[in-house]
Write a protein that binds this ligand. Structure first.
Ligand SMILES: Nc1ncnc2c1ncn2[C@@H]1O[C@H](COP(=O)(O)OP(=O)(O)O)[C@@H](O)[C@H]1O
Ligand SMILES: [Mg+2]
Length: 440
């Protein structure tokens, strides 16, 4: 006879007795090992390995995406009793099985089967199920998922945010049309693009966000935190993501970052994954500005469920189709960049090989005459890279743009920084097109 399936019950009210009795019947093949009063108890029991399947009430307080992910992380499958509490929402949380209808009916019909099926299901840990009905797309929008571009780089302010912002602007087609220049007022051109969807810029730098400030969204509530909160509750769809991401220039949306670094736990991996998944529906490109640190919290390694300080950066890198690494073009910056590229290969998540390595603020005063050649030579020698994107220094242009609260594409489209980054954007467009139309 098969072993008994161990069950953690976190069921509210009178239904608990019903469930526990039904599961305790001899021959049921199940045994309730813990009766948990709340989510905290449930997570503790799961972490202690006390059960294989959790049976939870649909309205259990604190039951969110993160909870389900943590149960999965402990190897526990989740069966939820909807009992009129939104089966769709429960599926969107990543619950393995949702029993619709009243508890009494569920206990009579499907509960035992559901538990046995859940226990026999494919092993965990797996990626939490991405449930939920597919979200509606804007009319006429292509159904190919948009691409996620993570912009990352070492510490020392090499220009991650600058590159992320200008890249997003360039991908959105912002920039000069020949012969016309912006003079006073917002005056922006948008070149023709094949994908009508917007470009979304996400500030996921949980150490020092700055995009709201740079785009003059001064008193904006952090859109990313709100989007993550909705994702955690299984309530984030394309429309709600769009509501959190104001359009700051034609074709360019921004999801602003945390206003205080201490709020970093508000961007857990399990939620950011969903935000990026929805972003792929909303936007042709989602450019994610990240923080520098990528190490896992060693002290917490024994507790795989503890929130990780660097989860936002690691998630962005792991989910990215394109990784753009940014370093600074001075001796210290280049040394950090070379080490950063190694660090990326050894990161605790699998990160795609960089699509582009950008060496920013290239100038003679930092690396000597012929700065571009010097930078290329250094990168070839120390990093074995003969293909780097060299971005010149333009302090006046960037300071002016910062002061004006705009991208260079809008404020100083003639800047050589913008031109260099526009070439990078062209490279990403080409990569996306190659994926969209495989060789025939
Ligand atoms: N190519 C460049 N030329 C001149 N200044 C730059 C350039 N790139 C970045 N900067 C400036 O350097 C500072 C730090 O850039 P930022 O993008 O915020 O770095 P990070 O996001 O890596 O911390 C900003 O004041 C920015 O305007
Ligand atoms: Mg930054």
């Amino acid at each position: 006879m098969a072993a008994q399936v161990t069950v953690l019950a976190a069921v509210r009210g009178t239904a608990e007795t019903e469930v526990v009795l039904a599961l305790g019947v001899p021959g049921s093949g199940t045994t309730v090992t813990r009766r948990c009063g709340d989510v905290v108890e449930l997570l503790a029991a799961a972490a202690a390995g006390a059960g294989a399947v959790a049976v939870v009430s649909g309205d259990l307080p604190g039951l969110d995406r993160e909870t389900v992910a943590r149960l999965h992380g402990s190897g526990v499958r989740v069966v939820a009793l909807a009992d009129g509490h939104g089966a769709e929402r429960l599926r969107a949380l990543g619950v393995d099985t949702v029993l619709d209808g009243a508890v009494a009916a569920a206990v009579g019909d499907g509960l035992l089967d559901a538990i046995r099926d859940a226990a026999d299901g494919p092993g965990l840990p797996a990626v939490p199920a991405e449930g939920g009905a597919p979200s509606p797309l804007p009319d006429g929008a292509p159904t190919t998922p948009g691409r996620v571009v993570a912009v990352w780089g070492p510490v020392g302010a090499p220009g991650r945010t600058t590159v992320a912002l200008e890249l997003a602007a360039a991908l959105a087609g912002l920039g000069p049309a020949a012969g016309r220049r912006g003079r006073g007022g917002r005056h922006t051109h948008r070149t023709e693009r094949t994908d009508p969807r917007d470009v979304l810029l996400v500030d996921a730098d949980t150490y020092g966000s700055s995009l709201a400030m740079r785009l003059g969204l001064l008193d904006d509530a952090p859109g990313l935190a709100a989007a993550c909160r909705a994702a955690g509750q299984g309530a984030l769809d394309v429309a709600s993501l769009a509501r959190q991401s104001p359009v700051v220039a034609p074709g360019l949306r921004v999801l602003t970052g945390l206003t205080r670094a201490a709020r970093w736990p508000e961007v857990p991996a399990s939620s950011l994954e969903v935000v990026l998944e929805r972003a792929r529906e909303l936007a042709a490109f989602t450019v994610v500005d990240t923080a520098a640190p990528v190490e896992a919290d060693e002290v917490l390694m024994y507790d795989t469920h503890a929130p990780q300080r660097n989860a936002a950066t690691l998630t962005a890198l792991a989910e990215a189709d394109d990784v753009v690494v940014v370093g600074a073009a001075d001796p210290v910056g280049i040394q950090r960049l070379v080490r950063a590229l190694e660090e990326l290969r050894e990161a605790p998540v699998v990160v795609p090989a960089p699509t582009a390595v950008v060496v920013n603020r290239t100038r003679a005063s930092a690396v000597g005459p012929g700065p571009e050649a010097a930078v290329r030579e250094a990168m070839a020698r120390y990093a074995g890279l003969d293909d780097v994107v060299v971005v010149p220094d333009d302090a006046a242009g960037l300071d002016g743009a910062l002061l004006a609260g705009r991208s260079l594409a809008e404020h100083a489209p003639g800047s050589p920084v913008r031109t260099a980054i526009a070439e990078l954007a062209a490279r990403l467009h080409a990569g996306a097109a190659a994926v969209a139309t495989p060789a025939t």
